[in-house]
Design a protein around this ligand. Structure first.
Ligand SMILES: [Zn+2]
Length: 181
């Protein structure tokens, strides 16, 4: 079921999504992009939240992640990325077919993103992938310009690969050192 954005125009829903992003330690610029709230509103929301929060939430400033290599740099990150990408597409945070419009932040998709990330954290509690990276992954997969979701050349298992790679992609099981020698 696709819930269109017009149901999400209410200020309350913006604030709720901003809070959910804050709890996942999203950066201010990310919260601004996905909720449309001003930096000032986000700062106030953070202060209000922290005054009653049970744990300290760090505020991250500066640039959001933008290196696609992060998702393929090791077997571990490759595996975690494949699991996260599956959950993202299962819960609708990444469309079946990539297109530019789907990469644009929107309230409804922001909510799907949070749901997917929360489900993912339950599946892999020790994962090192941050929420900011999940946002980056969902956006890149939705646009399909830098990363794509595909099958391993060996077993067909789901994996995320860089869009313009020349090598045949194999998952870490198929590309294990035993078979490479
Ligand atoms: Zn494989």
């Amino acid at each position: 079921m696709r819930i269109s954005d017009h149901r999400y125009n209410g200020e309350r829903l913006r604030m709720e999504l901003a809070l959910r992003f804050l709890r996942h330690e999203a950066r201010t610029q990310t919260i601004r992009a996905w909720t449309g709230l001003s930096d000032d509103r986000i700062r106030k929301l953070y202060r209000t939240y922290m005054s009653q929060a049970s744990r300290f939430l760090p505020r991250h400033r500066g640039k959001s992640p933008h290196q696609v290599g992060y998702f393929t740099r090791s077997q571990r990150s490759q595996h975690e990325t494949a699991v996260l990408a599956s959950v993202l597409s299962l819960l609708g945070a990444v469309p079946a077919a990539p297109d530019t419009a789907a990469g644009v932040p929107a309230l409804a998709r922001g909510e799907q993103l949070c749901q997917a990330f929360e489900a993912y954290r339950m599946l892999l509690p020790s994962s090192q992938i941050t929420f900011e990276h999940a946002v980056f992954l969902a956006t890149a997969l939705a646009r399909g310009d830098q990363l794509r979701l595909g099958g391993c050349g060996g077993c067909g298992g789901l994996m995320v690969t860089e869009r313009f790679t020349l090598r045949t992609q194999r998952c870490h099981h198929c590309a294990s050192p035993l078979q490479a020698h």
